[in-house]
Design a protein around this ligand. Structure first.
Ligand SMILES: Cc1cc2nc3c(=O)[nH]c(=O)nc-3n(C[C@H](O)[C@H](O)[C@H](O)COP(=O)(O)OP(=O)(O)OC[C@H]3O[C@@H](n4cnc5c(N)ncnc54)[C@H](O)[C@@H]3O)c2cc1C
Length: 453
């Protein structure tokens, strides 16, 4: 038997792919996951209307976790149930991989605004977690209160998802008040279409819709970069971005306010009641704020969707918002010989720009395809993440073979400790049975409909 054993923290797209690459080389891994299920952004970031895509991606992870080379440890959080230095120094693992993703929202950057989280302000990650799970009868997490007329700060795909969710929820509630019943799956085909079928408009429902505030121009939105290395390709990419956004607006009826940045807050009665926005000018790729252009925009709700960064992990070196890796070396954590960061944990963000920086390009044809097939684009993002991790681990596997494996005694101790952690949370070692038991009730099951894309 191969004597090497690798610890992997985080079991989602990146952690599962890392374990799979090791399994294929006969190397055992122990995957420590903070949640009951190792689905990461697929479960809590991908909006729940992508039901079929979610199920497919989660099944993909399940098959990797069920491999006999992999030992899964649920509800084991690095920094809470396990100490980083203890695991690295004392457990004897050949190597440690950090695949913990990017779960902390980039701060909005307005002084004192975070005091109003839950009081007129939400950040994207908790918003999506709530949105994906609030329908579950056993949901006990924070309950969010949505309102019409929200300001959404962002510009990427995730911020468009927030706008969609806000529009669908506020319209569904307003229709319900008129005794009209609809659901997310119907509304996801187009809020405008549903309203039209009832002979209604947004204004007739007394709604104004939410507004997406973006610091650059619509044609700069990081929706689909395409290739932009010639003026012709740039013009084509810009046209695609405009088309994508117009299409989303036509379907979901939200507004867009480009070339504005939030610079101040409006507070009324202890709640955030809106933002002060400043105009910008974009020239030669540079954003310049326009002095004297500040204006107050009252809003009952602000949702900030300006990107996700790595959560600080106690004992793990950070540089800014990312785990600190050695320059010029494949994601080795600074100051450690055998600790490596993979996936979103490396750069602290999971977006298209990152995929492109990793040498993969999202082609314009895929971008156009988004208009008809958003799942295809998201699915491709997951494949690209897997490809990057797979290449990283392929490069690391050779190195691991030269690292010091745990002794027979250390191996016995590793698996003894692992069993204790598993037993403490009632995990018997049957991965598939656990996953089936812990998978939450899906909205489509409750509604008795077939979940589409
Ligand atoms: C709608 C949508 C579109 C996307 N589009 C793109 C795109 O175009 N390009 C792109 O590159 N990416 C995109 N992404 C990002 C996508 O989420 C990532 O590519 C991929 O899911 C990242 O996987 P990951 O395993 O690195 O991180 P995650 O999915 O975040 O997984 C991290 C795992 O680690 C666990 N974990 C975290 N902290 C700890 C801890 N302390 N101890 C133990 N476990 C821990 C988490 O619970 C989670 O299971 C998109 C995501 C969504 C939702």
């Amino acid at each position: 038997m191969n004597p090497h054993v690798v610890a992997i923290f985080g079991g989602a797209v990146s952690g599962a792919e890392a374990s799979h690459q090791l399994s294929q080389r006969g190397i055992r891994s122990v995957v420590f996951e903070q949640n009951a299920l190792p689905y990461g952004k697929i479960e809590d970031g991908l909006p729940k209307w992508h039901a079929k895509l979610r199920d497919k991606e989660e099944a993909n992870i399940d098959s990797k976790m069920a491999d006999p080379h992999v030992t899964f440890v649920p509800l084991a959080k690095l920094g809470q149930n396990l100490d980083f230095h203890d695991v690295v120094k004392n457990w004897g693992f050949s190597s440690v991989f950090l695949a913990t993703g990017a779960w902390r929202d980039r701060p909005l950057g307005i002084e004192g605004i975070d005091e109003y989280v839950g009081k007129g302000l939400y950040y994207q990650n908790p918003f999506m977690h709530w949105y994906n799970h609030f329908h579950e009868p056993s949901y006990t997490g924070q309950q969010l209160q949505l309102a019409d007329g929200a300001l959404v700060i962002g510009g990427g795909l995730a911020s468009i998802d927030i706008c969609k969710a806000l529009m669908m929820e506020t319209v569904q509630a307003a229709l319900a008040q008129r005794g009209i019943s609809t659901n997310m799956f119907e509304l996801e085909r187009g809020v405008g279409k549903v309203l039209e079928s009832h002979g209604l408009t947004l204004a007739e429902l007394g709604l104004r819709g939410c507004t997406l505030v973006y610091r650059r121009r619509v044609k700069d939105m990081p929706l689909f970069p395409g290739e932009t290395d010639t003026p012709e390709k740039l013009a084509k990419a810009e046209a695609v971005r405009e088309k994508v956004l117009l299409n989303a607006q036509a379907k979901f009826l939200f507004q867009v306010l480009p070339c504005h940045v939030p610079v101040g807050k409006i507070v009324e009665n202890g709640r955030l009641a809106g933002l002060v926005l400043r105009e910008t000018v974009v020239e030669g790729g540079k954003v310049t704020e326009v002095a004297g252009s500040d204006r107050e925009y009252g809003a009952p709700l602000v949702v900030s969707s300006i990107g996700s960064v790595s959560e600080p992990l106690p004992g793990v070196p950070m540089r800014g918002y990312s785990l600190e890796v050695e320059g010029g070396e494949c994601c080795r954590l600074k100051g450690f010989d055998n600790v490596f960061a993979v996936g979103n944990a490396v750069t602290g963000r999971g977006n298209i720009k990152e995929s492109v920086e990793h040498g993969k390009s999202v082609s314009t044809s895929i971008a156009v395809g988004y208009l008809e097939n958003p799942d295809g684009v998201v699915s491709r993002a997951f494949r690209e993440k897997e490809d990057t991790v797979s290449a990283n681990v392929a490069a690391l596997a050779e190195r691991i073979s030269h690292m010091k494996p745990p002794t027979a005694e250390q191996q016995a101790l590793i698996y003894e400790r692992v069993r204790a952690l598993q037993e403490a949370v009632g995990y018997t070692g049957d991965y598939q049975a656990w996953a089936d038991a812990k998978r939450p009730v899906r909205l489509e099951q409750l509604l008795g409909v077939e979940g589409h894309g």
